[in-house]
Design a protein around this ligand. Structure first.
Ligand code: ZN
Length: 492
């Protein structure tokens, strides 16, 4: 076999291992009986160890080095370039550190879970110290140009730096704070009795499925199931798994959850299947992934145009519950601005302030301005500053997200990047698809899905995240269009 075929076999193996692990994780969240947890942890740990071993093997390094001296076609160049990136990152981290991190976060997850139930930050604080000190060590191994924190940003959004995030967020914060104040002052505090009526779960599912099918989800290559924390996973474009959760007295939770995850799923289903097992059939970054879910959830499904078509269908599905409900009232409710304590329940405006808060705290730890154990106090100070509200208990504050317990640092900023990219992409879609909004008003969503597939999904990891944004929209990532969008929607 020639060098490239040997290399490609190994690349395929790496992707098959990873996607097999994805299915095991999906099963753990949706189907697995409770007693299966210990065996599943061993299976997943074995696969991730195998993956790390294969990726960092000297033989794989030699094949890469040899190919980098050869002249390659465009597709092959991308595969070699992206695998070299993965390889060089992985070999910098000693196996001991990988193991220590896996073990620490597995235990920390349990501690966090209990601490959150009892709203007891003190028992979790030493674990946060441990996790952040391991993350600092990892960052020193990976290397960085200016800030230690850069190493972790780059992990989730290749090429992203602390300076870039600071610039984007500073502008966003300056614009958002007054906008939130104005929008919230005008909010009609009237209670929505209809919302807390009983919405049978089977009907919620039926209605949600109608919408995501119209978005273009292919059930021959996907599934919808239930899990406590909704997510999108699976094994490549022909097997995409999404989940949602249902609340009988608040159907908006499952509805927008389903639309959000379907946005992620369309991205996965839009990858080129013929490249399965290579970076050309893999997603670019978390920011780009999140842009696809946010675009459908917010720009499309929280717009008045969208509900012109779907509101009568909602009323047909739930005639009793929505008998006296008017479209205008419904639109108002799904876009209500309210300073809340919990990020996942936040509206489109305040959501970003929740993320800016987490970014500033993570950066402060990485720059040794605070210790991780100080996060409880620092959290409340920032909440007061940005959202003018302070949680009365840690469960609604610093303990609310699982990310830190799982060792996910540098991850939160990609949520805001997703919002920025979504606004930038959607603006461009409206320029290029002249009757886009008219179609949405008629319930026709396929032109938008086709545009996203053509411009974004099918390229896999061919371009960098910022390169892709620039290629699609003609300008580098910017906060301008997101700010314009928010001002247009909430400023009027
Ligand atoms: Zn998402």
């Amino acid at each position: 076999m020639d060098t490239y075929s040997l290399f490609l076999n190994r690349v395929n193996e790496l992707y098959y291992l990873r996607t097999a692990a994805n299915i095991l994780s999906w099963d753990q969240e949706t189907m697995m009986p409770a007693k299966g947890a210990a065996a599943r942890a061993k299976q997943l740990a074995t696969i991730s160890a195998l993956h790390h071993e294969h990726l960092t093997s000297p033989r794989f390094g030699d094949l890469l080095a040899e190919l980098q001296t050869k002249s390659l076609n465009a597709d092959t160049q991308v595969i070699v370039r992206e695998m070299a990136r993965d390889y060089h990152r992985a070999v910098k981290i000693p196996t001991r550190l990988v193991e220590e991190m896996t073990e620490t976060t597995a235990l920390a997850y349990e501690v966090w879970n209990r601490a959150r139930q009892q709203s007891d930050f003190a028992t979790f604080a030493p674990w946060l110290d441990k996790i952040f000190s391991l993350k600092k060590e990892e960052a020193r191994c990976l290397g960085f140009e200016k800030s230690l924190y850069d190493a972790h940003l780059d992990d989730h959004e290749p090429g992203l730096t602390t300076t870039m995030v600071e610039l984007l967020f500073a502008r966003l914060r300056q614009q958002l704070v007054p906008l939130v104040e104005r929008a919230e002052a005008r909010v009609d505090k009237k209670e929505d009795g209809w919302l807390c009526a009983s919405y049978p779960l089977v009907l919620q599912e039926q209605f949600g499925r109608q919408i995501v099918e119209t978005m273009g989800i292919d059930w021959q290559a996907g599934r919808l199931d239930v899990s406590p924390h909704p997510f999108c996973g699976g094994a490549g474009p022909s097997d995409v798994r999404i989940t949602t959760r249902y609340k009988e007295n608040d159907f908006l939770v499952s509805l927008f959850g389903m639309i959000h995850e379907a946005g992620h799923a369309l991205y996965e289903q839009g990858l080129e299947g013929e490249y399965f097992g290579t970076p050309l059939c893999d997603t670019v970054s978390l920011g780009i992934h999140e842009s696809q879910s946010r675009l459908w959830e917010n720009q499309v499904a929280r717009s008045a145009d969208f509900w012109e078509f779907w509101f009568p269908r909602l009323q047909q599905t739930f005639p009793e519950q929505t008998r006296n409900l008017k479209l205008e009232r419904f639109y108002h409710t799904i876009n209500r601005v309210r300073r809340s304590l919990i990020r996942v329940d936040a509206d489109e405006l305040t959501y970003n302030l929740h993320i800016i808060l987490r970014f500033e705290l993570e950066r402060a730890i990485f720059e040794d301005q605070i210790f991780a154990r100080d996060l409880g106090t620092a959290w409340n100070e920032k909440m007061k500053q940005y959202l003018n509200t302070v949680p009365s208990q840690a469960a609604e504050g610093v303990l609310q997200d699982v990310h830190w317990a799982s060792g996910l640092v540098g991850y939160f900023p990609t949520y805001v990047l997703g919002n920025l990219y979504a606004a930038q992409f959607y603006r461009q879609a409206n320029i290029e698809i002249s009757d886009l909004k008219e179609n949405i008003r008629k319930g026709v969503l396929s032109p938008l899905r086709a545009w996203l597939r053509e411009k974004i999904h099918r390229h896999g990891r061919r371009y960098s995240a910022s390169g892709l944004v620039e290629r699609v929209t003609g300008e580098p990532p910017t906060a301008d269009h997101f700010i314009d969008y928010l001002k247009g929607k909430f400023g009027s």
